[in-house]
Write a protein that binds this ligand. Sequence first.
Ligand code: NAI
Length: 249
Amino acid sequence: MNSMENKKVAVVTGASRGIGRAIALKLAREGCLVVLNYNGSVDAAGKVKEEIESAGGEAEIYGCNVGDYQACEAFFKEMIGRLGRLDILVNNAGITKDGLLMAMSEEDFSQVVDVNLKGAFHCIRQAARQMLKQRSGRIVNISSVVGLHGNAGQANYAASKAGILGLTKSAAKELGSRGITVNAVAPGFIETDMTAALSEKVKAGAAAGIPLGHFGSPEDVAEAVAFLVSDAAAYITGQVLAVDGGMGM
Ligand code: NAI
């Protein structure tokens, strides 16, 4: 037996950077063995694994495009077969392909929905099979304030993030009787590579509309996720927790 025994196993998708990385580091600090999913960035995922291990935690990396159902099936089958259990799933992987609705290609719409929404479905489908056997589990899906309120230039992204909310609530209703909670976190503007692409003017305008007056950090989102997967949140399911400095009020 190895030291993994008795540890909670947590899968975080898109964990090579940004919010996913912060969630992975936080769950590792909380004592989980964290499986870091990544798509193309093996080096970045490896660095997160090293960071976790140098702090005394345990992590593995696993490459898989969450938008590919068969790849997800193979990923979860192999990982659960080897580790023997799965306690936490955080569906964090996400992409943007922004553009105004009238100019948005069908391909850009589909790609965003395939990764952000179908990716979460693929992973829940695989994870829930094991969690149902264990009669316990925690699933957190990363949505966005944009999924709650919409955003000009992000019809594809907003639709995918709104879809996440319906998926979350439906899964919460279906899986609740087996001790599995399913919740969503809806971040506002968070300082990551995704928002680094915005101009200073857009960033200043966005910050002006945030009651707390500034962008959040990936760690702010990680704290909310850590709460929702903790024992303290055992009676919370089907909820959407906004981590947005109050901008969605
Ligand atoms: P990011 O772009 O820095 O990181 C996204 C991660 O997802 C990367 O590690 C990327 O490799 C991974 N990924 C992308 N496509 C993938 C695929 N097909 N399969 C597996 N992994 C894939 O983005 P950030 O900012 O860290 O966002 C993380 C999540 O939070 C996303 O779902 C995003 O939509 C959401 N979010 C971010 C906000 C922000 O202000 N940064 C605000 C609201 C929500």
